[in-house]
Write a protein that binds this ligand. Structure first.
Ligand SMILES: Nc1ncnc2c1ncn2[C@@H]1O[C@H](COP(=O)(O)OP(=O)(O)OP(=O)(O)O)[C@@H](O)[C@H]1O
Length: 275
């Protein structure tokens, strides 16, 4: 069998992957799908997803975010649209995405809850089903890059999402910590098993810059991400500092105003998929 291109639309092979993938509804269009994964929670996966979507949007591409982190969605708040609710398409079983100030299309569980503080107490298959519906039942308009904020970890739900959506590449987000090799290795193994290319690693919270002297302070100790990335033969695309300005903008719902120059290479790598 020929090597998988992840493009079922142009491939004539009748493989098992095709059976599991779900289709966009008629009228939706998404050119490339980027999965943002992390081996563990709290490392800044949602932050990196939002920043990358905002960056490629500023670069002139149409971007969208599918918030597959169903039980802990944090994307809407960071874009200041936490109070918005998804609207239905007239006379059809379909939802319009919420659109941010700069035109990024978003779908998140928060847009469907009566109160954003309502907990989503669902078992894995139901959660995975909701993610699939975000793909099939939302009207995604002319999207160049869809960023999928994957559920944390490598369990049942991320597995189903990996199998159901036509993911073109993944970005692994990590933070400097002792267990990072195991965490990155898990994510890399999962992507390899799914036959999905890894575009690279983004290390978040790499350092704090002293506001007085500019010295980089490595709060979590010296990072060994370069050696780890090298051993898996994948590039480190960015090292993002931990900074008050970032968390302030996220808390204020103003993430689109942030400029994180460290993400330039990561954005270019993604954009190269359409060049
Ligand atoms: N580089 C950074 N500088 C400042 N604050 C940051 C940075 N990265 C993340 N944060 C903050 O840390 C918190 C956790 O980040 P985020 O929600 O993106 O993590 P996550 O990996 O998606 O978590 P989860 O797995 O629980 O969904 C957020 O409040 C975010 O604003």
């Amino acid at each position: 069998m020929a090597e998988c291109t992840h493009d079922c639309g142009s491939c004539s092979q009748d493989c098992s992957k095709r059976d599991l993938q779900v289709n966009l509804r008629a009228g939706s269009s998404v050119k490339k799908v980027i999965g943002i994964v992390s081996g563990k929670g709290g490392v800044g996966k949602s932050l990196v997803t939002s920043l990358l979507a905002a960056r490629v949007n500023k670069d002139g591409f149409r971007s969208a975010i599918l918030d597959a982190d169903i039980t802990g969605p944090s994307i809407p708040e960071s874009f200041g649209v936490g109070d918005e609710r998804a609207t239905a398409l007239d006379n059809e079983d379909a939802l319009n995405p919420v659109v941010t100030d700069s035109g990024i299309q978003l779908m998140s569980m928060n847009f469907l809850l009566q109160n954003e503080t309502d907990p989503v107490i669902w078992r894995g298959p139901v959660i995975a089903g909701a993610v699939k519906q975000f793909w099939t039942d939302v009207v995604w308009k002319d999207v160049d890059f869809m960023f999928v904020d994957m559920p944390p970890g490598t369990g049942d739900v991320p597995l189903t999402v990996f199998q159901s959506l036509p993911i073109d590449g993944i970005i692994v987000v990590s933070s400097p910590q002792q267990l990072v090799r195991v965490i990155v290795e898990k994510a890399v193994n999962m992507a390899n098993m799914m036959n999905i290319p890894i575009l690279g690693i983004v290390e978040n919270m790499s350092y704090v810059k002293c506001p007085d002297c500019g010295k980089e302070i490595t709060v979590f100790g010296k990072s060994n991400i370069d050696q780890i990335a090298k051993s898996f033969n994948i590039p480190v695309l960015a090292r993002i500092p931990m900074q008050e300005e970032t968390s302030r903008a996220v808390d204020a719902g103003d993430i689109e105003s942030l400029d994180i120059p460290e993400l330039k290479d990561a954005a270019e790598k993604i954009e190269s998929l359409l060049k």
